[in-house]
Design a protein around this ligand. Sequence first.
Ligand code: TXA
Ligand code: MG
Length: 349
Amino acid sequence: MKTRVLTVDPHQPDPALIKEAAHVIRKGGLVAFPTETVYGLGANAYDAEAVNRIFAAKDRPATDPIIVHIENRTQIYDVAMTHSSFAAALSDVFFPGALTLVLWRNARIPPSVSAGLETVALRMPAHPVAHALIAAAGVPIAAPSANRFSRPSATTAAHVLADLDGRIDLILDGGAATIGVESTILDLTVDPPVVLRPGGVSIEALREFIPNLQVKAQYLTADNAAPAPGQLLKHYSPRAELYLYSGDDPARTLAALTTAARTWIAAGRRVGVLAADGDVIDSPSVQVARLGSLDDLDGIAAALFARLRELDASGVDIILACDFGTQGVALAIRDRLTRAADGRVINVT
Ligand code: TXA
Ligand code: MG
């Protein structure tokens, strides 16, 4: 299959191009499209065969459920059966945006979308291209992140092409995703509600509405007997081996990371470092990828997957990354880096 790329204006996409993409969706094809978090790989959520193609294109196990994307609030009830008093209130505030709600699944949505679960994850993206595509398709769009399974999510059309060229019908190229980490997933089928994945909407913002909110991002290893969907530890992984350096004292943490870089280089390994602007890595031959200023965590989140992919493509064997704490979007960054590290987190005390 030849993958076509259509370039669209991210703010005002050409309706003729959107119509073409919507036609592919309606015919059961696969279209990658930008959302404000990351690119999604979309199919008609009502079409079980089209949804199967998503799993095949990504090499994604059928046990990993997919988020359904909508473009207006009425569609919530096409996808879910909601008895949740929080659902309407939260969707008023956070839709459209980077929040995904887990609700009880409407029978119109094939079980395979939810990996057989009775629940369904639902999101209304704010990106004008995503919005226009879902509206033109006239159906909810099931879409995981548009990357090969267990690779870093795609924040540009070039990332999508690198992972999925020849495996999907079409990519709508609407430029780089602005948030850069995936949506926050909030399960409203349990009491108290539980955050399953920290993401673009902060825990602090959700706590204003749900004071007893629980956060349960689990880091399970692959040999864990029955991992909850999407909770596999190894995820977002570059090819290189990643180590996450975490600690209360930034100077000590950076010093430990630098020592490790020198040691790896002395052992003949090629080393890359993911660091904020201004972090001094005093070691020769280290490839430093800059994520942006520490004053701008949103910028760091937006750059994260692109820098990770660039370091990987540069051929380093080892990537050493700095942790940015737990405030706001930093918690999502820590979650992604912990998974990319496959649990190799070094706590510097
Ligand atoms: O920002 C995002 O959420 C992006 C854009 C494209 O919307 N999507 C995304 O999808 O990150 P994906 O498939 O890469 O991650 C979705 C996660 C999966 O790990 C899955 O386990 C979880 O959502 N999920 C989906 N349906 C679920 C359900 N019914 N119950 C619990 N978790 C669910
Ligand atoms: Mg994903």
